[in-house]
Design a protein around this ligand. Structure first.
Ligand SMILES: [Zn+2]
Ligand SMILES: [Zn+2]
Length: 357
């Protein structure tokens, strides 16, 4: 089978022939039908994260179960599933207190799985390696969804949408009438914009460095599009009675944009960091500013979601028309077109590219 493989930091991405093991007793083999190209995959390539190589990319995907191990009870062959890159153990202290997104046994950026035809061991991104024709994963890493849910939409539920919707509803708990700024309009940021509108936020200020994102922001439901430059602070205050927003959601994962989110927020407001940043990118905040602004700064890991509960709920919302994901998908391609999709994402173009292996 074929998969998208990276062999070193910033090395060219190549579609390679790989070999996956047969599913173990608790594992399933899934034929990947759609896989999103997510910014966290780029972080595996450009040195932001330091995973072992060679590495199969991809962690946002949906497909059909082909084969199951003898102890598998969650799904049967033929089931349509969304892949979950952080399956909780249901046993640790965090899982026990209802915070499975902080599960002690998840969070590793990669796992060893499979080999090249010459016997070289491979790793897979976030335990999945979903930019591939197939994956072999533990049964906990698949979530059954209705067969009538389109694969493209199902794939996005596994990362961008679960993260974006969860950040608004579960982490920030945005209330009707509150003002929101969303910084960084990739797949997750646009998902945050539409979730904020759906939650009744007004205004929803969509912020990006690229003016080309204005149209995408409007389609996602933003009331205003603002450029992330030295005019941002004033533009935000002009639209929020001079105070700043109730909620700023940072969807980039960089110190400069976290600081921009901090400054865009009113006294007593809330800053939620959704983007995953680098270990050595330090956010500087003045001690007096932290005290005087009375702001809350926190992160949203996987949208503070329980994927087993929330993915089926989001799937129902897509099917009944209350959650529209069409605006998130700006490109479709094959596995061979995936390297170009990474290049577009690195240039900040478009929203999600969905790969149809
Ligand atoms: Zn992702
Ligand atoms: Zn756990």
């Amino acid at each position: 089978m074929r998969a998208l493989v990276v062999r070193a930091v910033d090395a060219p991405l190549r579609v390679e022939e790989i070999e996956l093991p047969a599913p173990g007793p608790d594992e399933v083999r899934v034929s990947v039908r759609a896989a999103g190209v997510c910014h966290s995959d780029l972080s595996m390539v450009n040195g932001t994260l330091g995973p072992p190589y060679p590495l199969v990319l991809g962690h946002e995907a949906a497909g059909v179960v082909l084969e199951v191990g003898h102890a598998v009870t969650r799904v049967a062959p033929g089931a349509h599933v969304v892949l979950n890159w952080a399956p909780p153990c249901r046993d640790c202290w965090y899982c026990g207190r209802g915070e499975p997104w902080l599960c002690e046994r998840t969070g590793s950026p990669s796992a060893p799985r499979g080999r090249t035809p010459t016997g070289e061991p491979l790793h897979v991104t976030l335990g999945l390696g979903a930019l591939a024709e197939q994956v072999v994963v533990p049964q906990e890493a698949v979530i059954g969804v209705p067969a009538e849910l389109p694969f493209e939409a199902a794939a996005l539920l596994g990362c961008a949408v679960l993260t974006g919707v969860g950040a608004v509803r579960r982490t920030a708990k945005v209330a009707p009438g509150e003002s929101v700024a969303v910084i960084g309009l990739g797949g997750v940021g646009l998902s945050v914009v539409s979730a904020a509108r759906a939650a009744g936020a007004d205004p929803v200020l969509a912020v990006d460095i690229s003016p080309a994102k204005a149209a995408l922001a409007a389609t996602a439901g933003a009331t205003d599009f603002l450029l992330a430059d030295e005019t941002l602070n004033r533009a935000v205050r002009e639209r929020t009675g001079g105070r700043g927003v109730d909620h700023a959601l940072e969807c980039v994962g960089r110190a400069t944009t976290i600081r921009a989110a901090w400054r865009a927020t009113r006294r007593g407001g809330q800053v939620t960091v959704v983007g995953m940043g680098a270990r050595d990118d330090i956010v500087g905040l003045a001690a007096l500013d932290i005290f005087h602004s009375a702001r809350t700064l926190r992160s949203s890991v996987y949208g503070s979601s329980d994927p087993d509960r929330d993915v089926p709920e989001l799937a129902r919302a897509v099917l009944d028309g209350t959650l529209d994901l069409a605006h998130l998908i700006t490109d479709r391609t094959t596995l061979d077109g995936a390297p170009e999709a990474f290049a577009r994402m690195a240039r900040g173009e478009g929203a999600r590219t969905v790969v149809l292996p």
